[in-house]
Structures are given as structure tokens and as C-alpha cells.
Design a protein around this ligand. Sequence first.
Ligand SMILES: Cc1ncc(COP(=O)(O)O)c(C=O)c1O
Length: 414
Amino acid sequence: MSIRPSPSRRTFLSLGAGAAASTVWIPRRVHGYTTVEVASRLEDGVGMSKWDLDTPALCVDLDRLERNIATMQAAAKRFGIATRPHAKTHKSADIAKMQLAAGAIGICTAKLGEAEALMAQGVERICMTTSNLSPAKIRRAMQLRKKSAGFIQATDTEENARQLSAAAREGGVTADVVIDVAVGTRSGIPPDEGAVALAKLVDTLPNLKLRGLLSYDGGAQHITGFATRKERTLANIEPNVRVRESMKRAGLNTEIFSGGGTGTYNLQHLVPGFSDIQVGSYVFMDMQYLAIGSEDGNAVYNDFASSLTVVGTVLNNRFPGRLTTDAGAKALTLNVPHAGVIGEPDADYNAGSDEFGVITFKSGGPAKTYKIGDRIEMIVPHCDPVVNLYDVMYGIRNDKVEKVMAVTARGRSQ
Ligand SMILES: Cc1ncc(COP(=O)(O)O)c(C=O)c1O
């Protein structure tokens, strides 16, 4: 993956086309407000400028977020496939509810803690895409099943399936289960007869109800160039299609055949029997996804707009060719490609210090003159881990805070 933006990505950043605004330099007086102050101001019905927020501030442009959700839902409808968006990206009950309201058939979570936090805020129909192995987690999963009939749990070993069955019986529930069948080598049972045998076992174990299989191809999502992405996605999933066919021949339930992400949302419907896409990052987009290119040949993956930014403050401008900001690794993570500075295509953003970011300018220097205290806005390197660093996301419309959204499952990594 390239660290430096390609020319068209540079254009993208310079125009501000992928983020909330082209204006990142705010020469006005700024004053900081705490989260509580922002919330109480909104309770009074008074929004504030996002440039007045104290920083680093995680901001999501609501017009873009809403458009991304509508665009994905419309695309899925066109493709004849459902969406089951992954909440590992946003960890937000508000956004999960927006996705469900737009027509998603359910929500995915990667961690039990995420599922617990979201369900506590009224998010239903959750599919846990990760197997839960420890006795404590198995018990917690069955607690969630008790609370919500729409809860679905993935499994990928016979031992785990037997433990789920025992815990479901103990909890007095019948647990809906999907088999996590690997695409590649990350997680899941290999896509061979063992996977079919596991499905048969789940089908016969008491207190379990087999719903189908998951097949997420993490390695395909960020393949640069649509043609290669398509070829690899369809080739990689062939063994899983054969597993599903064997399951069907054996009379097993395959109503769920779920996977895919933002990079392959427009490919998964080409997979026979695929039921739904677990898209996550499309709500925000990030520098990693912008780099992969779209179907129409554009080097920028512009099917969805980048809605998520971090607003920071310039702390130091006194050293030639560089600026120091207040957004370092604890605000933007160390992921690559680096954060994109909106309006500054020649900037390289190094978030290598914990609390400080350092911007250097490659050739032409900055597009503007920055004073100490000026605000600066960045597209994040990779959305999921950045969101996990913040308690709240500021929902912005026309540069004003419209609502403050809790990062409901922030830090819920167990
Ligand atoms: C199992 C699973 N499904 C779906 C997704 C969502 O992918 P994306 O953010 O690329 O849309 C992920 C992301 O890592 C995942 O692990």
C-alpha cells in the first residue's frame, strides 16, 4: 500500500472533495468547549461551529454519512443482496440505528463487548462474526441470546459448538449459529469437508439452530484496482461456495451466506447464494480505502465520501517547513497511509509522537500560512482504530455541531 498519495488523491485532498470542507485554516478566535458543554449547548438548541470545538475532535459530516448509508443500501438493492453492516467500524448505537432504519437486515459486531454495549442501547439483530472461545464469553453470548431473539453467534470448531450447545441449554435458549468458514488464513474453519461436518454437527446439537455460514475475505478488501480485486475476490471464495453447495445437498440451512466489506460490496452478489454484505468502513471511508480505486477506473475509491475527520490545532509553526499539531498517535493512530491534511496535498502527516503530529511539506510548501492556534483537519488513516480512541463523535452539518454521538462501544475489546 502506497504511503504517499497518488496525484489524483492529492487533487482529492487539495479540493477537500473527500472531507467535510475545503477550508481548514480558521483565522478566527477559537475557544474550546468540553463534551459536556457541547451536549448542554445542543440541549439548548444551540449548535456551535466545528472550528470552535476543543481538539483533537473526532467529527463526522452528517450529510456525507447519511448519503453513504443511502448509497450502500441502494446499491445492495440493485444487486439483489442485503446489508448487515459491521459496527466494528463506528461502535456507535446512533449509526447502527441509522443503518437499520435505512433497511439493513442486522448489524455485525467483532467483540462481545461491542454487542453488549450496542444491545444495551437498543440495537437488535446482532451477528457476532467472531467465535467466542472462553467459558466466560460463551456464557455472555448466551446472555445476549436471552435478551434478543435476533442474536446470532459464529463458531468454527466442534468443541466450541458443543460448548455453545451446553451453554444454550443451561440458559434455556436455542442459539442461532453460523459457521465461520475461512477465506484465506485469518479466522474460521478451512473451506473443506471439515466445515460441512461442523455444520452437520451444529444442526444436530441440542439448543442450537444452524442459520448458514460466514465467509469474510479480509485480504481482498484493500486490493488496489477493481479488475484485480474482482478476480481475486471471486477466485478466493470458490471453495466456500462449494462448502455451501455441500451443505445444501446435505439438507442443511444456508439462508445466511454473509461476508464482504467496503472494498468488495459491489462484487459479493456475483457469488452464488450470497445473502448479505457486512460492510463497515463505507460510512466513513479513510485514507486506506481512498487508495484502492473504483470500478470506473478512478484512482480514488470515490463510491462513498469520506465523512470522518479529526480536527486538530497547530501548536508550533516556528520551524521551517513543518508544523506541530496536537493530534499524534493517540488521536490518529500510527496506521498507514498517513492522515491526509485537507487542503494541503503536499503535506505528509506523521502522527509518530503520542500527543503530537508533525506535518512536513514535500515541495511547494503549505497552501496557506498557519498561525499557532489555527485549526487543521485530517482524513484519518484507518477509521476503526481511530474511532476507538474517542468518547464522542461530533455530528457536523454545514460546519455546525448538530449532535454529539457517543462512541457506544469504545474500548470494548473483549
Ligand atoms: C468479519 C468482518 N466483516 C466485515 C468487515 C468490514 O469491512 P470493511 O470495513 O472493509 O467494510 C470486517 C472488517 O475488518 C470484518 O472483520
